[in-house]
Each structure stands twice: as C-alpha cells, then as structure tokens.
Ligand binder design. Structure first.
Ligand code: 26Q
Length: 841
C-alpha cells in the first residue's frame, strides 16, 4: 500500500464518481463542461471520501466517550480545500490521472476554487493550521466559528494607486466543502429583562430570539482516516417575519427583525480596534459562543455523566478574548438552568476554559461598554458584576488595602461609560493563560497580566510558541521541495510531514553539490511560477535570475494606526505593544536603493545585485496611514519599473488581494523575506515560519527561529526590545531633525515629498509620522537596516553558500510545526484528565 494510510481508490473509481456527480449533483453533461463544473464535480467526489471518514470518526469518538477539546475562534482562514484534501487523503496522484482521463487538468481545476477567507490574518490562519494538526494527530478537537456571508474584503488598486475594497461573496456558488445541518439549531436570545430570583439565580426573558444553524466543514487529517469537524454557525430569523405588521400592511416593518437576525453572520469584521462598541460585533460574539456552548453541552449530556464532571470531558480553548462571553454564558447555563450553586459553577467554569492571548498592546485589548452589555445581554452583565465582586473580595483578602491593585484587576474599568475588560475576565475564568512565543509570553507575565501573576502564581501562565502546518506550507505549496527532501532523506513524505524534526537529516547533505544544485533548481522553478503569476495578473515580465525579496502581511498594516494613536496618548509610558510591520521601512529602503542606482556609473551598476521586491497585504478600510503606505508603494513601483536606467536591477510589485492562495505562490519563490516589525511589538508572527531564509528584527518568534537555525542564517538588525522605550522617550523630549539624525532616510523622504513618485503632498501625513515623533523608530533602525541589506547582497553573490543557508534553515524548522504546538496545548491544557482516546484508524 502507498505510504499514506489514506483511502484506497482506483483511477476508474475516481472517473466514475466524478462523472456521476456531473450528471446527478450538477445535472450537467460530461462532454459539455467547463473547468468550473469539472472542479465542482471533482470536489463533490472527494467530499464523498471525506464524509465516510468523517462519519466513522464521529462514531468512534461518540462511542469511546472520549474527552474532547474545542477551539473557539471568530476566524478560520482556511484558504482552498481541494488540493489539501487530496494530499491528506493520499489521493492526489490518482485524481490527477483520473481528471486527465476526463480531458481536464487537475492544476487548472484547483485554480477554480475560491479561498475561504474567514479571517484577517495571523490569528485566523493559526486556527486553520491547528485544525489540520489536531486532525492529523487523531485528537478529538472541533473548531467552532461563524459562517460569514462575506469574508475579508477583496482588495483592488484604483487608478491613483489607492486600495479599494470590494465585498468577498465567497458563497455565491455552492460550497461543496460544507454540510448544512438544518436539524442542529439553537435559539439565541438578545435584549429583554433579567429578574433575579433566589440563590443567585435569575430568569432572563423577552427580547429578540435568533436561530443558529450549524454548517459542518470536514477537516481531514494527513495520513489517517481521522476527519475532524469545524462547525460554523449561521444566523436566521426565528420566525419568517412579523405577522402583525404584515397584516397591517407595513411590509418593511414586517421584515425588519428578520433582516436584523440574518445580519449577525453577514460579515467578518476587519481587525480594527474602532470596532469596540459596535453592537453587531458583540452580537456576533454572543451568538457564536452561546450556540457553541449549547452544542457542547448537548454532546456532553449524551455521556450521561454528572455535570460536575463536565471539565473532565470538555476543554475549551479561547482564541483571544473574542469568545470570552462563553465564561458568563456557561455560568448562566449552570446556575439558572442546571441548578448548580454559584461556587460549584465557578469551579466547573474555571476548569473548562483556557485562554490564548495574542497581543500585549493595551489599546488592542478588548473592552465593551457596560451600558451596551446591559442592554444587549442583561443577564450576562449581572453575572459579570457578580464574578467581579467575588473576585475582588479574594484580591482584597490577599492584598489588604491595595486599592490601586483592585482598580487595575477589576473586570470593570471606571470611566464614562464604564468598560468591561475582556482580557481580565478571560484570565480569571480560565484554568491557564498562554502567549504565542517565548518573548511574548514573558511580556504577558511582565506587563498586562502582572497583577494576575502576583495573585495566582506564575504556573497559571505559560507559553506555546505558534506553529504552521507542514502539509500546506511545505508539501502543498512547494511540492518540488517536498519531493527533493523525500528523495534526499530516503524517507516517504509522510515521515517528515508528520515529524518535521526529521528535516535535520538535510544537514548531512550540505556538502553534496548535486543536492545543492537540485535545491537551487526547485527555487528557480518556484520563482518562475511567481513570474508567470505576475505576468498574467499585472502584465509585467520579470527577471527570475534576480533576487526575490518579499514582505507580506495579511491585514497587518492596520495596526500602525493603533500604535500611532497610543503614541500621542500615553507616549513613553508603554514599553511594549503595538505591531507595526514597517512596510515604510522597506519602501524607504527601496527608494534609497533606487537613488543610489541612479547615481552609479554603468560600470558600477554592473556589479549591483539585481533584485525584485514584492509587497502584499491589506490595510483595514478605516486606516488612512496604512492605505497611504500602499498608495506610495504602488506609485514608487510605477516609476521604478519604467526607468530604463535601473529596471533590470530593481523592480517593485505590490500584488493586490493578498490571500492564503497568493501566499502559497509567493513564499516558495522568495530568496529572502522581511519580518521587520519594531522590536517588542509583534506577539509571534507566523509567516516568518513559512520562509526558509529571512531578514528580521528581533521580535516575537524570530528570536526562537534564530536560536534554532543559527544567527548566521538570519540577518538581524536594529534595536532590541529593552531599548525601545528609552528611544521613544528621547524622540519625544529631545527631538533631532531627521536630516541630522539619519541623512539617508531624509533623502528618501525628500524624494517622496518632492514629487518624484507623483504628487508629494499626498504623502505628507505619512512622511510626518517619520519626521515627527517616529514612534516606530525608523530613524533609529534605518542605517542598520541598509547595512543589513548590503550584507544580504554580498551574501547572495556566493550562491552556493546562500543555498546552504537555505538548507540549514529548512533543516531546523522542526520546532515550528503546528503539530508540536498542538501537542503542547494537549499536554498543558486538554489532557489534564486521562480520558482522551486517540482515534487510531
Ligand atoms: C477585535 C475586536 C473587534 C474587531 C476585531 C478584533 C480583532 C480581530 C482580529 C482583533 C485582533 C485580530 C487578530 C489578531 C492577530 O492576528 N494577531 C496575530 O496573531 C498571530 C497568531 O498568534 C501572531 O503570530 C501575530 O504576532 C499577532 O499579531
């Protein structure tokens, strides 16, 4: 049998099944079918295999009475499914042959699929990697999320180079990867009144009731039949429309409330802190947590165990504070509906939940106004006040008379209006709290959770360094490399794709010139694939012999505004936090390079290292400065790419509409990637794990990556985290004009201001962020950044040595597999009881 323990199918079974779906499911004719129809039929045929495995898996876990883990995340950035499903099932080659026999090309069909883009970036993609890893490790983990009608917006570039947003109607065509479960529905209440009765209990009634309907997405494990579930909720009105208004002839009024019910799951919110206070976002959060908990409880009740054993059978991981309402919701169910005493209920709750924090920036921590909560969820507001009362009494007991401490730790922040601090609630309602990289977790303990560490002790706080799935980010997006690794290590692919530490074996081949040549050839063909993409989408031909330099971020640009705001409010009070990925540093570096090339003699130019720079990323729609950065990049590209003096040596592309699928093309083609956030600002970063060689500042998981791969394989530059606060203080109180402080950067800034790349005035607000208090320390880091770039150019000249660096880095990526991360979570959190029964199928 094949190395993969997957589904056994003949090519003829496959063609029969695809044709069957063309005729029956699609009601079309096989001889008159376009690529999209063929994709749909192939997807339905693959889905049949998944369904069989999915059913067996659920049966196994239901029968075994296993403990289960649930991952609550408002975002799952899944990307495409067909290719991944084929690889995980071990059926890719056979489908390739089958589709070929039917007169189509599998790669063309794969390209027909729309990304499922139900996420902004890091946090959502992490959730998707964790689903793949837990399914592959046969762990009974389900994801719970929302089935948004519209995912993250589509990004277009307008005539003046600005970002334009368009909706992402990803469900326009049937989605073969989901199963509506019209029988799995729950009624979710909003508004109304809560009346306290005896023993801390209350009756919550009235208001609006909305229906939650389940849609299941199958998550196939790799090299196993185990197939887990991602359950996404859709909102629907409980009643079609209001009959009284309808009968009175007021049709608009009659459908108003049903429209408002459907609106709950209509759109994914961009990661934009201006959302705090928006009623619809809070409605999303409650709708989703309430439906998920009701579903989890129903499954637990099938086990027929006393409710006190709930935490022995259920662990719930909270992906950031977004699902924190699950804590008061479980209290409500236990106290009001299950007759559990307050103390016992709190004991159950605090043994069930685990909280993962993704940011230490105080301004990015979720807060909800008390009046809004009171109006939307009156019972939950009471419960939060009650939790707070009991908690603060305990704090007072441990630290008598320390009023400032009480004020800091309270779930309620005083002010007009008062706000609920969701991170505090998530922390006290959870058994454990973790950060997402060593440095980040340390910062969590030292800053935002310091008082809680004093109160609970440090053992409640731990670290799980993020990881990425090697199935998608190695095998699927870089099949040539995966094949070469398998041949070189003389191992079936499954061996290292399930145990990424096996890549260390590559170190034994560093002196084999044949192997290095093959490694370089794989990179070259990936660069050609990207060049082809650029040619077909932007109409530019690029030199694939040049170095490819990539900086990509999902919607990360938007964070810059958060931190800029902070700068003017709290200035130097904060050491850490914020995340600004400093695309401006990169674009100023490009301009610097361009100016230098322009002034060179032809002989000097001959010695220069030809380079193609790629950017991709979306800016949150409301973030003016981030959008201006994109506009600048696009307009610099327009000038540089047409300049006959330099265009062979330097070109620049902003690739619109960054997505998982675009990342799958960009990442394998990069010679170098830039992860250049200001030190101490980014929690972890996960795209840094997807590249094999990079240029970085010391933040987040970059430090751990360097520890693994060796500092000689990364190009660190700039200041370390502890210096950042002091530097910001200096900037604020002892400002030095840009021209004196950093002439090279001043020159690049001046080039923009002077209109070299179109109307300079447009960019003034962006340029002022550098000239004025320079919160992200471009002026501090620019010179050392340019020096690092020079080192990169120099190192790239010795191509053999460069390839070796690439191999060494790859060899040491084992730690950053999401399989390792999931094991960490399982051990530290979910397997606290012995009741997990693996699905060994
Ligand atoms: C919150 C409230 C209202 C509206 C939106 C939000 C919101 C949405 C998304 C807040 C935050 C996010 C996403 C955050 C995120 O992606 N953080 C990144 O998480 C990665 C995975 O842990 C880390 O690698 C990155 O360092 C971190 O920035």
């Amino acid at each position: 049998k094949a190395a993969i323990r997957g589904v056994d199918k003949d090519v003829s079974d496959i063609t029969t099944s695809v044709v069957h779906h063309v005729q029956t499911s699609l009601a079309r004719q096989a001889h008159n079918l376009d690529n999209f129809g063929a994709y749909q039929a192939a997807a339905l045929s693959v889905r049949d295999n998944l369904l069989v495995n999915w059913n067996e898996t659920q049966l196994h876990f239901n029968r075994s009475g296993s403990k289960r883990a649930y991952y609550l995340s408002l975002e799952f950035l899944m990307g495409r499914t067909l290719d991944n499903a084929l690889l995980n099932l071990g059926l890719k080659e056979k489908y390739n042959d089958g589709i070929d026999k039917l007169g189509f090309n599998l790669e063309d069909l794969l390209d027909q699929e729309r990304d499922a883009a139900l996420g902004n970036g890091g946090l959502g993609r992490l959730a998707a990697c964790y689903l793949d890893s837990s399914a592959s490790q046969e762990l009974p983990l389900w994801g719970y999320g929302l089935r948004y009608q519209y995912g993250i917006f589509q990004q277009l570039i307008g005539p003046d180079g600005s970002q334009l947003e368009a909706p992402d109607p990803w469900l326009q065509h049937d989605n073969p990867w989901e199963l509506p479960r019209l029988d799995v529905t729950y009624e979710i209440r909003f508004y109304g009144h809560s009346e306290r009765i005896e023993d801390g209990k209350a009756i919550w009634s009235g208001g609006q009731e909305v229906l939650a309907i389940a849609y299941d997405v199958m998550i196939p494990g790799y090299d196993t039949k185990n197939t887990n579930n991602l359950r996404l909720w859709e909102s629907k009105p409980k009643r079609g429309f209001d009959l009284n208004s309808f009968n009175a002839g007021d049709y608009e009024r009659a459908v108003e409330s049903s429209n408002s019910a459907a609106a709950i799951t209509s759109v994914l919110y961009p990661n934009d802190h201006t959302t705090f206070g928006k009623e619809l976002r809070l409605k999303q959060q409650y709708f989703w947590t309430a439906a998920s908990l009701a579903d989890i409880l129903r499954r637990f009740k099938n086990l027929d165990k006393p409710i006190t054993e709930f935490p022995d059978y259920v662990s719930i991981q909270l992906n950031d504070t977004h699902p924190t309402l699950a804590i008061p919701e479980l209290m409500r169910i236990l106290v009001d509906e299950e007759d559990v005493s307050w103390t016992n209920a709190w004991d159950i709750v605090t043994r069930t939940f685990f909280f993962t924090n993704h940011t230490v920036l105080p301004e990015a921590l979720e807060k909800w106004p008390v009046p809004l909560m009171q109006h939307l969820l009156p019972r939950h507001m009471q419960i939060i006040f009650d939790i707070n009362l009991v908690f603060l009494q305990a704090v007072e007991k441990k630290f008598p008379g320390d009023r400032e401490r009480l004020a800091r730790m309270s779930l309620i922040e005083e002010g007009i209006p008062q706000n609920i601090r969701m991170a505090n609630l998530a922390c006290i309602g959870s058994h454990k709290v973790n950060g997402v990289a060593e440095l980040h977790s340390e910062l969590v303990r030292a800053t935002i959770m310091k008082d809680f560490v004093d109160f609970y002790g440090v053992s409640k706080f731990f670290n799980v360094t993020n990881g990425i799935t090697p199935r998608r980010w190695l095998d699927q997006c870089n099949p040539g490399l995966s094949k070469l690794i398998s041949e070189t290590l003389k191992l079936p692919k499954a061996a290292f794709l399930k145990d990424l530490t096996k890549l260390e074996g590559l170190l034994d081949h560093l002196d084999d010139p044949q192997f290095l040549k093959k490694w370089a050839a794989v990179k070259q063909s990936n660069k050609e694939r990207l060049a082809h993409y650029v040619e077909t989408t932007l109409g530019f031909t690029i030199n694939t012999q040049a170095m490819f330099d990539v900086q990509i971020k999902a919607s990360d640009l938007l964070y810059c505004q958060i931190a800029l705001l902070t700068a003017s409010l709290t200035a130097f009070a904060r050491v850490q936090g914020g995340s600004f990925w400093r695309q401006t540093l990169n674009i100023m570096g490009v301009i610097h390079r361009y100016i230098k090339l322009k002034t060179m003699t032809p002989a000097e130019r001959k010695k220069a290292n030809p380079k193609v720079v790629f950017f991709a990323g979306k800016a949150a729609p409301g973030y003016y400065i981030a959008k201006l950065t994109i506009r600048l990049i696009v307009n610099v590209a327009r000038i540089i790419n047409e300049d006959p003096d330099t265009k062979d040596l330097l070109s620049l592309f902003f690739l619109p509409d960054y997505s998982v699928s675009l990342a799958e093309i960009l990442i394998p083609a990069s010679d170098i990637s830039q992860h250049i956030s200001t030190a101490g600002t980014e929690a972890s970063g996960t795209s840094n794990m997807k590249f094999w060689l990079e240029r970085r500042t010391p933040y987040g998981a970059n430090i751990e990556i360097a520890e693994e791969v060796g500092e000689s394989n990364v190009f660190f530059f700039g200041h370390l985290t502890p210096a950042v606060e002091e530097l910001r203080y200096q900037h604020l109180y002892h400002p030095v004009p840009l021209e004196q402080k950093c002439p090279a950067l001043a020159e690049a800034v001046q080039a923009v201001a002077s209109g070299l790349f179109g109307d300079g005035g447009v960019y003034e607000p962006l340029l002022n962020t550098i000239r004025q208090n320079d919160y992200y320390l471009l002026t501090e880091d620019f010179d050392s950044y340019i020096q690092a770039l020079a080192l990169v150019d120099e190192a790239y000249q010795d191509r053999m040595e460069w390839i070796k660096k690439s191999v060494r880095t790859t060899a040491k990526m084992g730690k950053f597999s999401s399989d390792r991360a999931i094991q960490d979570y399982a051990q530290e959190c979910w397997v606290s009881s012995e009741r997990i029964v693996h699905n060994q199928c």
